[in-house]
Design a protein around this ligand. Structure first.
Ligand code: SF4
Length: 341
């Protein structure tokens, strides 16, 4: 890259993406006990466990980074609770000083099927925010199956019952489909009865800010680079879904390894990564063409690549279902409510 192209890449990156990470996603194990139809994770049948040196390096990266805001340490998967609980507890220890000092906050994204009282005790001790993946009522979860293709819904609900009995607050991440978003009332009724504290429809955060005159806080916020760390320290940026995906032309999206470079160092050079430059073109395209830009800000880097083979693409089926349809459904619900009033 010549000097002017290099400067342009740096400026484009800094306009849209933060160099500081607010969230780091860790893969405690690549193994998942389920085999959902829409799962993208190629290593989900392998039991790779995160190395002790990798968690130490991630904790050191958080300590190295400036800033007062705590970093969210998200234990994602595979299925995080497929890691033996004693190993999981040991992997939390390098973060303890940071957690106690308010510089790191743990969260876990789980399918809930393996939750026990012992896991609840761990969540309490280390103050985890718990997120459960469930897509709505039983009919909305037909894609969630185990390797024998048995439906997982009852096991998810059993895990949720344990969380409730143990009084562990939890939120829900829901993958919306054209079928479920067509009936948002049924979806919201189901989640209202589930006892969760929050459902991961990000539109609510946008509307809250827009209605209180703080829309700029949303529209000016830079994208979190979301470093996502594999069990062996390999690091991808911008989309946890890219981890483990084979793409030789993009070095499998691996931009570095925390065992040889800290995350702040990796991020200082992130504008030089070709797939991120491609994504910046995609974000420019979204801003120029999409009526939903103000709310969406061009999310879901991974889906651009999965659906179109390039990050420079703009609209995807995924963004139509999870962003555009969501805004339209919320707008319709709000309009119906104000008409009744
Ligand atoms: S809704 Fe789709 S096309 Fe519109 S800004 Fe978001 S990602 Fe881009």
């Amino acid at each position: 890259m010549d000097t002017s192209a290099h400067l342009l890449a740096r400026t484009g990156f800094d306009q849209r993406i933060g160099r500081r990470f607010r969230t780091v996603v860790l893969q405690p194990t690549s193994l998942c006990n389920l085999d959902c139809d829409y799962c993208y994770l190629p290593g989900r049948k392998k039991r790779n466990e995160i190395l002790p040196t990798v968690v130490k390096a991630v904790a050191a990266s958080i300590a190295e980074q400036d800033g007062d805001e705590p970093v969210g340490v998200v234990w994602h998967g595979g299925e995080p609770t497929a890691l033996p609980i004693t190993t999981f507890r040991a992997r939390l220890q390098p973060f303890e000083d940071l957690r106690i000092a308010g510089r790191a906050e743990h969260s876990i994204q789980t399918n809930a099927t393996l939750i026990t009282e012992e896991w609840c005790e761990l969540f309490r001790t280390y103050r985890f925010q718990v997120g459960v993946s469930i897509d709505g009522p039983v009919g909305a979860n037909l894609n969630r199956v185990d390797r024998a293709r048995r439906p997982a819904f009852d096991r998810i609900m059993r895990g949720i019952a344990v969380l409730r009995e143990q009084q562990i607050p939890f939120s829900v991440i829901c993958v919306v489909s054209p079928q479920t978003i067509a009936d948002p009332d049924a979806l919201m009724d189901f989640f209202a009865g589930l006892g969760c504290t929050q459902v991961g429809f990000k539109v609510a955060g946008y509307l809250a800010k827009a209605r209180t005159g703080r829309k700029e806080e949303w529209t000016k916020a830079k994208h979190d680079p979301i470093p996502t760390i594999a069990w062996n320290g390999d690091t991808v940026l911008m989309s946890p879904e890219l981890l483990g995906i084979g793409a030789p032309q993009h070095n499998d999206f691996v931009v570095g390894n925390v065992l040889s470079q800290s995350l702040p160092t990796i991020l200082r050079h992130a504008h030089e990564v070709p797939y991120i430059a491609e994504l910046l073109d995609g974000l420019d395209g979204c801003e120029q063409t999409c009526a939903f830009w103000d709310f969406c800000r061009g999310a879901h880097a991974g889906n651009r690549y999965f659906e179109h083979g390039t990050f420079a693409a703009t609209e995807t089926t995924h963004c139509r279902n999870t962003r555009q349809a969501l805004v339209e459904a919320f707008a319709a619900t709000t309009a119906a409510t104000s008409t009744k009033e």
